[in-house]
Design a protein around this ligand. Structure first.
Ligand SMILES: [Zn+2]
Length: 417
């Protein structure tokens, strides 16, 4: 019976529980451990904590534990049931596992760590020698647990962004805490209600604590924030990177139009130049510099549009909203008079949104953190390719990016060692 004592020690089992029997199967690499309890032990009603004696036992259950000496390890026990006069017949809680889980607490913690390290369900499941569904179950419980524990924290700076789920098919809305770099909320679609759902989950103190929200110039998000956040008009900041992206796209449209016109005259000056115009000047790789200099000198419409884009970057240097607004107006006049259709269009868009572009001067926030998180989210999706639906995808985002406390709590008399 020496292995009984050994396993009692390894599992950290304490009174009233003890190891009754151990069966080691060396051929299959498996060890089964039966736990029993002292017959006169006192149990508590899981609802109210009233002390009661054992009424009877539930069917034997099995929990997978951490491997011991590379043996797959299984714990067996029949859980006592008590009869509480207020809550009826209930199973008591056991110190080694959460109700309903088929893993011990330590195993569940280990699986959570391994998923975090592997970043994929498939990798974690292979290492832990468990099934995909079991691994998924651990992940889902971990997120549920973490979200339930989450306290109402004040978040000063928020970033809202949309993310395509399955290219072009549908979108998801992601809200993050720009200071902590965590995803706070994920919703389906990119509608007004998608973002409202987040704000509705905040209490008044949290809503008042919001100092600024950065987002793309997407009407649905703007309207949701205007509706829910006190004094939102001065707190919404249209994201600088999104704005520059819109302007970059306008430059590219100018290039495409001009290239087509030139090619009609058998002039291939702009051939293969697409990416050169997307760089900002200081980021242009050295090998392209000579060609780019020539292009800039060549009196092209594209070069003119590109110069506008470069000049607009000066906007974010202003510290005063008034000066920023003057700069933006001047820029828009320049773009409007340029005769370049796409630049004219983007200028109109910026003018229409000027109020919440210049708020940057005060808050100085961008969605850069959110963008970083988004690329993390995308890579989660790519690696996993098994998230069968949006609900799964959402769970994975919270698991990897939510900054949650995912672990099951270890009970004081629990299976620790
Ligand atoms: Zn009770």
């Amino acid at each position: 019976m020496r292995d009984v004592e050994l396993y009692a020690q390894i599992l950290g089992i304490q009174s009233p529980w003890f190891v009754g029997n151990v069966v080691l199967q060396t051929e299959t690499g498996r060890v089964d451990i039966w736990l029993e309890h002292e017959p006169r032990a006192v149990w508590r009603c899981p609802e109210c904590g009233r002390e009661l004696t054992c009424r009877d036992h539930a069917e034997e259950r099995v929990w997978r534990h951490l491997d011991t000496c590379q043996f797959k390890t299984f714990i067996h026990a029949r859980i006592p049931r008590v009869e509480c006069k207020d809550h009826g017949v209930r199973q008591v809680s056991v110190p080694w596992a959460e109700p309903g889980s088929r893993f011990t607490l330590l195993m569940e913690r280990m699986i959570i760590d391994v998923i975090s390290e592997c970043s994929t369900i498939e990798g974690a499941r292979k290492l832990m020698r468990i099934s995909w569904d079991q691994t998924w179950g651990v992940m889902e419980r971990a997120v549920k647990r973490g979200r339930a524990r989450k306290e109402a924290r004040m978040i000063s700076y928020l970033g809202v962004d949309e993310k395509a789920f399955r290219k072009g098919h549908s979108y998801m809305t992601v809200v993050c805490d720009l200071m902590r770099g965590t995803v706070e909320y994920v919703a389906e679609e990119r509608k007004k209600t998608s973002l409202e759902g987040f704000f509705k989950g905040l209490n008044e103190g949290q809503l008042n604590a919001i100092k600024a929200v950065t987002m793309d110039m997407w009407p649905a998000y703007f309207l949701a924030a205007m509706k829910c956040v006190p004094d939102a008009g001065s707190k919404i900041v249209f994201d600088r990177f999104h704005i520059m992206q819109h302007v970059g796209e306008a430059v590219d449209k100018v290039r495409r139009q001009e290239h087509r016109a030139l090619m009609a005259d058998e002039d291939d000056t702009l051939k293969g130049s697409k990416y050169l115009w997307l760089y900002s000047l200081e980021n242009l790789p050295e090998k392209h510099q000579v060609r780019f200099e020539e292009l800039k000198e060549a009196n092209l419409k594209t070069a003119k549009a590109w110069a506008m884009k470069e000049s607009l970057r000066g906007l974010w240097k202003y510290l005063s909203q008034g000066w920023a607004r003057r700069f933006l107006k001047k820029w828009c006049t320049w773009a409007t008079r340029s005769g370049l259709g796409p630049m004219k269009k983007v200028a109109k868009m910026l003018l229409d949104h000027a109020d919440n572009i210049v708020t940057f001067c005060q808050h100085r926030i961008t969605n850069a953190v959110a963008e970083g998180l988004n690329s993390k989210i995308m890579s989660i999706k790519r690696r996993a390719c098994g998230y069968r639906n949006k609900e799964h995808f959402k769970t994975a985002i919270y698991f990897f990016c939510g900054g949650l406390n995912l672990y099951p709590a270890l009970s004081k008399t629990g299976a620790t060692h």
